[in-house]
Design a protein around this ligand. Structure first.
Ligand SMILES: [Zn+2]
Length: 337
C-alpha cells in the first residue's frame, strides 16, 4: 500500500483487523500479488474496507469482481526499464552519474554541468542587454566614461562623453587647488556637452576610483580612520570629508550623484572565461580584470573601455574558447557562435 492517508469510503463496511477480513476479499495490493495477478473489474464495487496504518482504509474486493491483470509485454517492460534508466542520463549531454547510489536527475533531466552552462549562457545574454543599456546612456549624453592611470592614487584621468574627450593630469596629492581645477574642467565639459550625467562608466573598481578622486580634492583633511572612531561616528566623519571635497569642486553631479558602473561586470560574463572550475563553478567567472586591448596610456585605456563595451553590447566578437557554451554546446537549445 503506497502513499499517505486514505480516508474511509462512505457507506462501505469497515473492518478494523486483518483477521476479520472474510475469505475471498482482497485489497488491490493483494490482488496484484496473486499469481497470476488480478485487479478489480472496471465496475467493481468494494465489499468492505480494512483499516491499515492506524488511520487509512484500503478497499476490499470480492474475487468474483476481479479480472486478470494484463501483464506488460516484453516490449513494454523494456520501454519502462529504459525510461527508468534515463532518469539518470542528462537529456542534454548524455552524461550519466556513475555512482551506484546517485539520485535521479529529476524534472528537466539536466545534469549539473549543463544546468551551470545554461545559467552561464543566460548571464552572457543578460550582459549584452546591460551593456546596451550602458552604451545607450553614453550615446544619448547621459553617461561619462572614465579611466584613471592608478586606481588608488590617480595622477592622470581620461574622460569621454558624447562629443568630448579629455586627458587631464592630476596634480601631486598635496595640491588640492589644482585637483579642484581638473575636476571642474571635467564638470565644465559635462555641462557643455551632456544633457545630464546620470552614470559614470569605469572598467573596474568604480568605488575606489570615485573615492580616490574625491580624496585628492581635500589633501589637507585626513581620512577618518576606523581605529579612532566607532562605526556611527566614523560614517558621519567620512560623510563630512566627502561633502567638503565635493563642495570645493562645486558639487559636480558626475562625481556626487551619478551612479558609477563597472563595465567589467558585464564583460566578464559575456566573455565567459571560467575560473579554475569544477562542474559546479562553471557558471561563475573570475575574470582577468585587466582591460583587454588596453594601451599604456589612459587615453588608450579609455578607447579600449568603450570598444569592449561595444563588443558586449553588439555581441559581435568571439567569446572565450573556454566559455561553457563553447565547451558544452549540447547544454543549449540554440548553440552560440
Ligand atoms: Zn548534461
Amino acid at each position: 500500500m503506497s502513499g499517505g492517508y486514505r480516508p474511509p469510503l462512505e457507506g462501505v463496511l469497515r473492518i478494523t483487523r486483518w483477521d476479520q477480513v472474510p475469505d475471498g476479499w482482497f485489497t488491490r495490493g493483494q490482488l496484484a500479488r496473486l499469481d497470476p495477478p488480478r485487479r478489480p473489474a472496471r465496475d467493481a464495487v468494494p465489499q468492505g474496507q480494512v483499516l491499515y496504518h492506524g488511520n487509512s482504509y484500503a478497499p476490499l474486493f470480492a474475487l468474483a469482481d476481479t479480472v486478470p491483470k494484463r501483464r506488460a509485454s516484453a516490449a513494454q517492460r523494456a520501454a519502462l526499464a529504459r525510461a527508468r534508466q534515463l532518469q539518470w542520463v542528462c537529456r542534454r549531454c548524455g552524461w550519466r552519474d556513475p555512482h551506484p547510489d546517485a539520485a535521479p536527475l529529476g524534472r528537466g533531466r539536466v545534469c549539473l554541468g549543463c544546468a551551470a552552462t545554461q545559467a552561464a549562457f543566460g548571464r552572457h545574454r543578460q550582459a549584452t542587454r546591460n551593456a546596451r543599456w550602458m552604451l545607450d546612456g553614453w550615446l544619448s549624453g547621459r553617461a561619462l566614461a572614465l579611466v584613471v592611470d592608478n586606481l588608488e592614487d590617480p595622477s592622470e584621468l581620461a574622460v569621454a562623453g558624447r562629443g568630448f574627450r579629455e586627458t587631464l593630469t592630476l596634480p601631486p596629492s598635496a595640491d588640492g587647488t589644482a585637483a579642484v581645477a581638473a575636476v571642474q574642467r571635467v564638470s565644465a565639459q559635462v555641462a557643455e556637452h551632456l544633457d545630464a550625467c546620470e552614470r559614470v562608466l569605469c572598467w573596474t573598481d568604480a568605488h575606489t576610483v570615485r573615492h580616490a578622486l574625491r580624496r585628492i580634492l581635500v589633501p589637507d583633511l585626513p581620512w577618518p580612520s576606523q581605529d579612532d572612531l566607532d562605526p556611527g561616528a566614523l560614517h558621519a566623519a567620512r560623510s563630512r570629508v566627502n561633502a567638503e571635497a565635493l563642495r570645493r569642486a562645486g558639487d559636480p553631479g558626475w562625481l556626487a550623484k551619478a551612479k558609477w558602473r563597472e563595465v567589467v561586470d558585464e564583460y566578464a560574463p559575456w566573455y565567459g572565461q571560467p575560473g579554475d572550475c569544477t562542474v559546479l563553478e562553471q557558471g561563475r567567472f573570475r575574470p582577468d580584470r585587466r582591460l583587454p586591448l588596453a594601451a599604456d596610456t589612459t587615453a588608450g585605456a579609455l578607447d579600449a573601455l568603450l570598444d569592449n563595451l561595444m563588443a558586449v553590447a553588439y555581441n559581435d566578437r568571439p567569446t572565450s574558447a573556454r566559455a561553457p557554451w563553447h565547451t558544452n554546446p549540447a547544454a543549449l537549445d540554440t548553440p552560440e557562435r
